[in-house]
Write a protein that binds this ligand. Structure first.
Ligand code: NAD
Length: 365
């Protein structure tokens, strides 16, 4: 394990700076207990960068990100920039940084904490115990294929090309197998092989790659069946791997099993260990500046960073356990509180997690 890491910190807009500040406190606590030093380089992205630099993704931000071992991002966007033209919208910064950093895999864990079961719209017996990960291919497929509009036989026609190369499929599958290997060793590859040629290639590559991972059980499922099974019996899944568009839809569906957007972490990974980590939620302009945002999704994103980019698995486990312990003890921000009158703010939640984290590290000694 390295003894120091450079972290690019891009707080962004709305509640971004609040939750990222809290997450840096958590990282600093990790550093104190592990002896691994973190240096933070701050950059602007999204709306704040449009205001200051005239672009949602300044060159300086890209430079900072490229020099870092990992990137921690808050959220971008807000009503102030909603009417801007496409290239001057905050989201253009996000798409730009994902592309520039070669982030080809998106990871979205969906873990149901027992004390939050009521927050799900599904029956408690269906969601209790859910612990799955969706691995989505992020830079290929129909979203990146050639798009055409033309008129033929007096009618308007639209075309979206869906192309996958073997190597693209293989690298995401290998990543998913590696992830499954660290979990319950079950990988479900999702496709539409009964209809799509690209899915038939996907399936054959999955079969070939599986030979290198005899310890992981590979199954295949059609995307329509998977969408159904996710709401019918989600506990059957450990790791799901799929192509870009299917993953876009399934990862949102899986995320909602756990009920609260304030709890959902994500990682976008490049070749090697580099990755960008961010909560799934947006900049929540409706609560920005009030000190009430739930920082847990960002803390859980830091746990993903510790595990996938910094090879600090023990610290990642400790942080996840600390978050669960705080929930177990009944602490809730407003978004996950049943009794809103007893909800705590970002700062208080952060203090509880810091204390629980110290406890986890002390117990481990
Ligand atoms: P949002 O996720 O920001 O908010 C949806 C609802 O969830 C709001 O009521 C908000 O208060 C609440 N919420 C979100 N995160 C929370 C947290 N951590 N704690 C407590 N409550 C939380 O989605 P939106 O309102 O559709 O979008 C707001 C802005 O964010 C838009 O400009 C949108 O484009 C942008 N956005 C950015 C990202 C990103 O940066 N990755 C993702 C989604 C939306």
């Amino acid at each position: 394990m390295k003894k120091s890491y450079n972290i690019a910190v891009l707080p962004g807009d709305g509640i971004g700076p609040e939750i990222v500040d809290a997450a840096v406190k958590v990282m600093t606590r990790v550093s104190e207990f592990t002896g691994v030093a973190f240096t933070y380089a701050y950059g602007r992205i999204g709306g704040c960068a449009i205001d200051e630099d005239g672009t949602p993704l300044p060159d300086e931000t890209l430079r900072i990100a490229k020099e870092a071992d990992a990137v921690l991002l808050g959220a971008v966007g807000g009503p102030k920039w909603d009417q801007n033209p496409g290239h001057l919208r905050p989201e253009a910064g996000l798409l730009g940084i994902r592309k520039e950093l070669g982030l080809f895999a998106n990871l979205r864990p969906a873990t149901m904490h027992p004390s939050l079961v009521e927050a799900s719209s599904l029956k408690p017996e269906v969601v209790a115990g859910v612990d799955l990960m969706v691995v989505r291919e992020l830079t290929g497929g129909i979203y990146f294929g050639e798009k055409k509009r033309y008129t033929a036989d007096g009618q308007e026609v639209a075309e979206d090309q869906l192309i996958y190369q073997e190597a693209e499929i293989e690298r995401i599958l290998r990543m998913a197998f590696e992830i499954a290997r660290k979990r319950r060793k079950q990988l479900c590859s999702v496709d539409k092989a009964n209809v799509l040629e690209s899915s038939r290639l996907w399936r054959s590559v999955a079969e070939r790659v599986a030979k290198d991972y005899p310890d992981v059980e590979l199954t295949h499922m059609l995307v329509d069946a998977c969408a159904m099974q996710l709401v019918r019996a989600p506990k059957q899944f450990d790791v799901i791997v799929t192509e870009n568009m299917f993953g876009d839809i399934l990862s949102d569906e899986a995320a909602m099993l756990t009920g609260s957007i304030g709890m959902l972490a994500s990682a976008s990974l490049a070749e090697g260990r580099f990755g960008l980590y961010e909560p799934v939620h947006g900049s929540a302009p409706d609560i920005a500046g009030q000190g009430v945002a739930n920082p847990l999704a960002t803390f859980l994103s830091v746990a993903l960073m510790l595990r996938h980019s910094l090879a600090m698995d023990d610290a990642a486990d400790a942080l996840e356990r600390a978050v669960w312990a705080v929930l177990e003890a009944g602490h809730r921000t407003a978004d996950i509180a049943v009794d809103k009158s007893r909800a705590i703010g970002t700062a208080e939640m952060t203090e509880h997690v810091l204390a629980a984290l110290s406890q986890q590290f002390t117990n481990a000694r």
